[in-house]
Design a protein around this ligand. Sequence first.
Ligand SMILES: Cc1cc2nc3c(=O)[nH]c(=O)nc-3n(C[C@H](O)[C@H](O)[C@H](O)COP(=O)(O)OP(=O)(O)OC[C@H]3O[C@@H](n4cnc5c(N)ncnc54)[C@H](O)[C@@H]3O)c2cc1C
Length: 278
Amino acid sequence: MRKNFRNKSINDTFIKEGNCSAVVVGASLSGLMTGIALSTAGLKVTILERAGAKPRSGAVLQVESGEIDRTKTAKFLRELASGGIRSAEAWSSIQFRLRKEVEADSRIDLRYDARVQTVNQDDNSAWVVSDKGETFHGDILIGADGHRSIMRRYVSPHKPNATFAGYLIWVAIVDEKDIPEKHRPSLNAPKFTMLDGIGDFLLGSIIAGADGSTALGDRRLGWAWYDNTQNDLLRRLGCVEGDVVQHSLYAPDIPEQTLIELAEKASDRWAQPWFLKI
Ligand SMILES: Cc1cc2nc3c(=O)[nH]c(=O)nc-3n(C[C@H](O)[C@H](O)[C@H](O)COP(=O)(O)OP(=O)(O)OC[C@H]3O[C@@H](n4cnc5c(N)ncnc54)[C@H](O)[C@@H]3O)c2cc1C
């Protein structure tokens, strides 16, 4: 949300003089990156995150190293996310590096346990109010609050929710030491493997260990199984209503029969090491 408020014109001089401020809602990958980019441009930034400071875990993302980017900021952000090499990275490693950068930046105020409840603007500024009743004003307000975004509800009331993409992703990350030695990929095995299924596919990736080691036995394997065959289940369990995602599929809710069928499908479809019974 950006506006030239009646009493203020946001231009380069105004920003360079350090007069411009931004509030970013959400401190996941997009929110942290946006905060760094805005700070680099000279803005004072407040990032509000509803979750606590405890690091969160995910699986794996493919990241570019930034050679193709034109702007310095884009290059820097990509280098930061990728660790400087085109690779697959643990979601948590990317988040960790972005957080470290944000926490070291005196122009950025990152607040956890700050759930934004209302969004508003007038002729002078835009603002949000948190669940603790605190108000945060900014010249720019950015929504990086993921699916069912409160910011999107304000900016786009006629289409407040993103449309369900029609598939889910089963994600996993496993330490290589926990899989049998005979199934560990060799050191020159491709870092990414894309295996086709029937209406589904698997992206397998080999990434460095949590300590950065790429030695055999120290690495981690990541699975992202894109599956468009579970939509009835998602609707039955209330994860999707109409074409709107309500929440993720909670592990304890997955029916035993679905797990059995998945194991059977996996054994038919994926070669080792991507089919594992642990
Ligand atoms: C913990 C986690 C792990 C993931 N792991 C993977 C992975 O391994 N591979 C992959 O491809 N994708 C993964 N994803 C999917 C994810 O959608 C993308 O990878 C990426 O994180 C999207 O980033 P985002 O910042 O746009 O949205 P999100 O990651 O969805 O972040 C939105 C953020 O906004 C915060 N928020 C929401 N509402 C409010 C509010 N009202 N006030 C304040 N804060 C709010 C949320 O707590 C969250 O931190 C993961 C997502 C999460 C949250």
